[in-house]
Design a protein around this ligand. Sequence first.
Ligand code: SAM
Length: 291
Amino acid sequence: MAYLGEPHRTVAVLQKYNFHFQKKFGQNFLIDTHVLERIIKEAGVTKDDFVIEIGPGIGTMTQYLCESAGRVAAVEIDKNLIPILHDTLREYENVEIINEDILKVDISVLAREKNDGKPVKVVANLPYYITTPIIMGLFESHAPIESITVMVQREVAERMQCGPGSKDYGALSLAVQYYARPQIVANVPPNCFLPRPNVGSAVIRLTKHDQPPVEAMDESLMFRLIRASFNQRRKTLVNSLKNASDLPFSKEQIEDAVTAIGKSLTIRGEALTLAEFSALANILCRPNVGR
Ligand code: SAM
């Protein structure tokens, strides 16, 4: 029976093992049963699912996952937490604890070896200091992932979900929306964690697209255009792309492409939708342009 969501149970485990939080690992453990139940519900976890949990901590959410999923792989970087996890998860036979840095784990191999290559669900209360590398790493691995349901800093969740016209719109919004449909499913205040983070949090569900919503002939070029546009946010799109060291295009080629997608030469990158960035990339990747 999952019991660690009760604050006094968490405190008892921390005391038993004389555990000291490590700030460098972004350790803020969940101590709210309602939030834990909500995450499991929003992730839509069933007994048919193989779930990868990133950063199980002392195993609080892992206990809930073990009870609702078919199998769970829990990847934790902090070796001091491993004996604790073996203790708090001892009654579950459907969990594997992996002491590893998630950024070094090949999710495709994990899914192939543990789930016959079938799509997995990722569920986590993420360490906030590496939210973007974790999420982008999961998408860019092209591993079979059905959905990613994660607790992140509220601002970052908003950035993932918003579109042109919002001050939060940026390279992360476009990258996430290329791979998935983002939906913020809960806002979570600091008092639901131990220790309390000094930022608000939100649970966001990213449901992977079967096919990307736009057809980019050269995905890598599209993302280089996106990054260049937002690196120099206050500049026009044309100037940002012209100044980018990893883009080989002349000012004239860029202007022709911007005109061809029906945009003014004074437009800023932050006004473009994903479909427009992909159209721009599809023009610029033609063999007679640039390289
Ligand atoms: N899941 C637990 C909970 O909700 O109570 C803990 C969440 S805490 C926000 C983040 C966890 O991720 C910590 O246990 C931390 O040690 C772990 N972590 C940090 N960096 C990691 C990495 N690169 N790979 C795997 N785990 C990591």
